[in-house]
Design a protein around this ligand. Sequence first.
Ligand SMILES: [Zn+2]
Length: 309
Amino acid sequence: MKRLIHLFLLSIILMAINISHAGEQCNSERVKLQMLGTGGPELLNTRASSSYLLWLDDKARIIIDAGPGSLQRFKQSKANFNDLSVFLFTHFHVDHSADLSAYIKGGFFTERRSDLFIYGPSGDTFILSAEEFVKRLFSVKHGVYPYLSPFINHDAHSEFKLKTKTIEWTYKDRNIRSIHESEDFSIKTVSVHHGPFPALAYRVDIAGCVISFTGDMSGRLHTMPDLAQNSDILVAHNAITEDATGTPQLLHMKPSYIGKIAGRAKVKHLLLTHMMARSIDRTDETIQLIKKEYSGPITFPNDLDSFHP
Ligand SMILES: [Zn+2]
């Protein structure tokens, strides 16, 4: 009997710990999400292609995607490359990854001494995995920039190394996976559908706040609402309009589906990016469609705009 009471008390204590953790208040002042690129792949306007920067306590910690032009925004943001811990790649299309090599070369001229983590999905015939992407950029034998091979070669001297990890993508595995834990934040990912291309969405839990990123996706795996559950900010890609047909709607989600994700996940603030010619002039219509499913605030940010959760 005594043992039973002990077990009962223990379970109450554990429950209390759990609840207090789950209900951890978002420390909004400590966290900032900055847009480094709100455009798509078109040569259309002055927006950089996809990229987002997460700050914690005024330090730049995580970059999500590194599309062309976003490195210039990183410089404008006055972020310090030494503070960065992680690059997350949703997938390795050009408009999400072209600036990575320029970051690494630039990093040579900094005081950085700690390794840099890089995560991205597995590949297939027409797109590379994270590890293959980095290897083909920097390997000494067949790399595009073999002179930067010390950043991946452990036998050569460099002040920091790239720690690249491929996250397996399959249609079958729709589970949310934890990929990175540190004292300051934890990162989870899930497979999403982006036509035939392996792609990942991400969720970052940081200082009690939750920031999620759809990346490019059509919504056909229906994995995003669970991943983004209770997000303080969700960044969703508004690359097409509701009347899209053919390939674009195989690659990207329609506004009504963005609304469904935001509504089901109980998102507190929805940011719409990856703007393209076909979506940029129809934001009023997009807002109306999203509002049918989601009643929170919706913002179309520009490059360098910042948001506290
Ligand atoms: Zn893409």
